[in-house]
Design a protein around this ligand. Structure first.
Ligand code: AHR
Length: 529
């Protein structure tokens, strides 16, 4: 396996010392044209949603340390994590799973007497149920997020799911609401999203599409939300029901669920269809998260770019049954799935997070933005200490990953308007793998400014990008860029700032902005008058 730092050196030197290098770079400049006159759809801020499952140390240790912990916390929820998540305005958190959700019995996790269980999906660890409904709702309240609760369709009952909804959302005149008040929360909770099962074609019960649909219709009807603030179909706060949908390239659930939806009557509906699509060149995941070379880098980027086709193919089926795009495609599990860290507990899905993974995150956000008319929510897997995490913790220690910084840099995309761009992406080639060299997406943000996301996938060569600015006077182009010495550079507890954003600026002259993108980089640039 080639090590990138060494492999890249001769190319970089050649570029630096060749007499014609400046001319060569001039020729190779990528031209981006912003078509500001044809604004596209709104990019829903919920594409920056998160997923937090009872898995490994995602919840226990990552979020919950308990009120008696020496780690600073508010009611048991660690304060450093809350501060980091508040800073990136997490729009929603999907909980309690994942596969875990289809074996979760909510009554074990409310009130003063919790019942522990075995987390059979994830390493057979003991699930203490200390972090239950109250603690989850407190957590999302502390970080300012919406709740996305997945109910147990696989091994639970409809009565159990409907009782849980009543417990969370009914007012105190009902016994369910009174029980919640007795457990410390008088007001009904807001449940903005409910997931009707998880991967029912797999860990959620291995159901044929038709079997799932028959079940799902009943859950869609009877998982009622009683919160007075969420009533009414046109109420923007109304709860949205998300049915299980496709995985990767198997679209049988998409076809069957959408066909059923198109024939629905007044008694049930759904507002979202879930898509799970991880970045894994080959199952089971075996590529290391540290110390990898260009072979792995290129094959992971190739794998992640398949997201675009997957969304397009699912959207085409959805368009057939739902041309008005009423049902959202909800990519509620995505991210890089790599080999578990050597020596970590089996089944805890612990992996490091590198500059390469930051590029993966940026490419996916750009793909979601291009499909903003249909993709109105996405949840990276997962928030803390599991798979493509934003945050890693170990006892009191915490480090922000390169993927965290992409979320921070993409804040202007939240609820922004998509602005089409035209550009020739060029090519980055490694062996048989040919990928676009440059990716670009423009948005008009809610602060009124135009922002441009630029990604340079080439691990060894920088790129000059010339942006033809829309009419109007733009005098300033500045923002942040994330890059690192190597694509496998990581942040550790000891060296937390190896991969961190730094300022970048473009030159604006004669209606053109010119910017130099470093190799293997993601830039977010604000264009200002
Ligand atoms: O994110 C880890 C697991 O991946 C989830 O529990 C499951 O839904 C998916 O297969």
């Amino acid at each position: 396996m080639r090590y990138l730092g060494l492999a890249a050196a001769p190319l970089a030197l050649l570029a630096a010392f060749a007499p014609s290098s400046v001319a060569a770079r001039e020729e190779a400049a990528t031209t981006v044209e912003i078509e500001a006159g044809q604004p596209g759809p709104k990019i829903d801020r919920h594409i920056f949603g998160q997923f937090a499952e009872h898995l490994g140390t995602g919840i226990y240790g990552g979020i919950w340390v308990g009120p008696d912990s020496k780690i600073p916390n508010v009611r048991g929820i660690r304060s450093d994590v809350v501060a980091a998540l508040k800073a990136i305005k997490v729009p929603d958190v999907r909980w309690p799973g994942g596969c875990f959700a289809d074996e979760y019995h909510w009554k074990n996790g409310v009130g003063p007497h919790r019942r522990s269980t075995v987390n059979a999906n994830w390493g057979g660890s003991i699930e203490p149920d200390t972090f239950g409904t109250e603690e989850f709702m407190d957590f999302i309240h502390q970080i300012g997020s919406d709740a996305y609760v997945s109910v147990n369709v696989g091994s639970g009952t409809l009565e159990e799911a409907s009782d849980w909804m009543a417990y969370m959302t009914a007012d105190q005149r009902s016994s369910a609401g009174a029980d919640r008040a007795a457990n410390g929360h008088a007001e009904p909770y807001a449940v903005k999203y409910v997931g009707l099962g998880n991967e029912s074609w797999g860990c959620g019960g291995n159901m044929r599409p038709q079997y799932y649909i028959d079940l799902m219709k009943r859950y869609a009807r009877f998982t009622r939300n009683y919160n007075p603030a969420q009533q009414g179909d046109t109420n923007p706060a109304a709860m949205q029901r998300i049915a299980v949908g496709p995985t990767d390239d198997d679209m049988s659930y998409t076809e069957a669920v959408m066909e059923a939806w198109s024939k629905r009557d007044w008694s049930w509906s759904i507002e979202g269809l879930s898509l799970h699509s991880y970045t894994v060149p080959h199952w089971p995941p075996s590529l290391p998260s540290v110390g990898f070379g260009e072979d792995d880098y290129a094959s992971i980027l190739q794998a992640t770019l398949k997201m675009d086709q997957r969304i397009a193919r699912n959207s085409a089926i959805m368009d057939k049954y739902d041309p008005d795009k009423k049902v959202a495609l909800v990519v509620d599990e995505w991210g890089v799935w790599l080999a578990e860290n050597p020596g970590s507990p089996k089944g805890f899905l612990q992996q490091q997070n590198s500059m390469r993974d930051a590029i993966v995150a940026a490419l996916n956000f750009n793909i979601f933005a291009r499909h903003a008319d249909r993709v109105r929510m996405a949840n990276i897997a997962q928030m803390i200490n599991v798979l493509q995490s934003l945050i890693l913790t170990d006892g009191p220690k915490l480090v922000l990953t390169p993927t965290y910084y992409i979320h921070q840099m993409y804040l202007p995309f939240q609820d922004a308007t998509f602005i089409p761009v035209k550009f020739d992406a060029g090519e980055y080639r490694h062996g048989d793998i040919a990928l676009p060299k440059i990716d670009a997406v423009a948005v008009k943000a809610t602060d009124g400014k135009l922002y441009l996301s630029l990604v340079n996938l080439d691990p060894a060569n920088g790129a000059t990008v010339r942006v033809t600015l829309p009419q109007g006077r733009f005098g300033k182009a500045s923002g942040q860029v994330l890059t690192a010495a190597n694509v496998n550079s990581i942040n550790t507890f000891e060296q937390p700032n190896t991969v961190a954003p730094r300022p970048i600026a473009g030159k604006v002259a004669g209606g053109v902005m010119t910017i130099e993108l470093p190799a293997k980089s993601v830039a977010m640039v604000a264009l200002e008058r």
